[in-house]
Design a protein around this ligand. Structure first.
Ligand code: IPD
Ligand code: CA
Ligand code: CA
Ligand code: CA
Length: 272
């Protein structure tokens, strides 16, 4: 194993330790009365558990990797420039953290949320770890190293046509309003695909495509912390992720389209 690979392997193993530690913290606090705060609106919420999970993750990374940069939702998300753009220095190694992806599910005691860590090298996502502490599902992926669920290799599904496709999408908080874009997009899917789900944790949606449960996923206006981990896992499982123009997805794109690769073009055609 060359030196860089060994270094990145150790990063990945540490990321797994950190998400498990954050998962334990979340599970310890899950039945406590929650302090819930609105950020930009009634659908954009944060609890003290999100903040404590993020603090734990940041502390571990700063302790073990003081020369790496960190971008995390509850620390960086308030910045005017944080929307869609990856404004951190892109040179070197960076950690992109969502301390709870699926905060609304967490608040409503729905066991579908995760801790998501994506690691980038010179701006390119190279490792991803997504952990659901309730189900104990740990998804991981490393560029050119495969994708795994609890250590077992995963692959995208084999659906050949939209008619067999189970898709997911989601609302960004600012799009939770009458006649929103996503409602219109779902309307276009009606009658063409098997069905559409809105499950509320983008990182897990990408992992569900990676493990062949979902066939595809599309979403407008996601942030780097929602997707940095999931895109590595999905690509390594054989999936395709592009923007709406069909070009490879980058962390500064606003629309993400993800699929098992086979139905990708058909999915783009409906969304364009
Ligand atoms: C949200 C989830 C959700 C997506 C929203 C995100 P959060 O993240 O990923 O699935 O539809 O747009 O904001 O706020 O729960 O970390
Ligand atoms: Ca949030
Ligand atoms: Ca999120
Ligand atoms: Ca979050």
């Amino acid at each position: 194993m060359n030196e860089q690979l060994a270094y990145e392997d150790a990063i990945m193993q540490n990321a797994i330790l950190y998400v498990k530690e954050a998962g334990k913290l979340i599970m310890d606090l899950i039945n406590m009365p929650l302090q819930i705060q609105e950020k930009k609106n009634q659908s954009d919420l944060v609890t003290e558990v999100d903040v404590r999970s993020e603090q734990l993750l940041r502390d571990r990374i700063i302790r073990d990797y003081p020369d790496h940069w960190i971008l995390s939702e509850e620390t960086d998300g308030g910045r005017e420039d944080s929307h869609r753009a990856l404004q951190q220095p892109t040179a070197g190694y960076g950690w992109i953290i969502d301390p709870i992806d699926g905060t609304i599910n967490f608040i409503h005691s729905i066991a579908h949320f995760s801790i998501s860590i994506g690691i980038v090298r010179n701006g390119v996502p190279i490792c991803g770890v997504v952990y659901n502490p309730v189900t104990n599902d740990l998804y991981s992926g490393r560029k050119q190293g495969g994708a795994f669920l609890n250590g077992q290799t995963i692959q995208v599904g084999k659906e050949q046509e939209l008619a067999q496709a189970l898709l997911a999408t989601g609302f960004q908080a600012i799009d939770w309003k009458p006649n929103s874009v996503v409602v219109e997009q779902i309307g276009r899917m009606t009658g063409r695909v098997r069905s559409v789900r809105i499950m509320g944790a983008a990182s897990l949606d990408l992992c569900l495509v990676a493990s062949g449960r979902l066939t595809g996923f599309w979403h407008d206006g996601l942030y780097p912390w929602d997707v940095a981990a999931g895109i590595v896992i999905l690509q390594e499982a054989g999936g395709t992720i592009t923007n709406v123009a069909g070009r490879p997805f980058t962390l500064s794109d606003s629309t993400l389209i993800a699929s098992n690769s086979i139905i990708h073009q058909a999915l783009i055609s409906v969304l364009q």
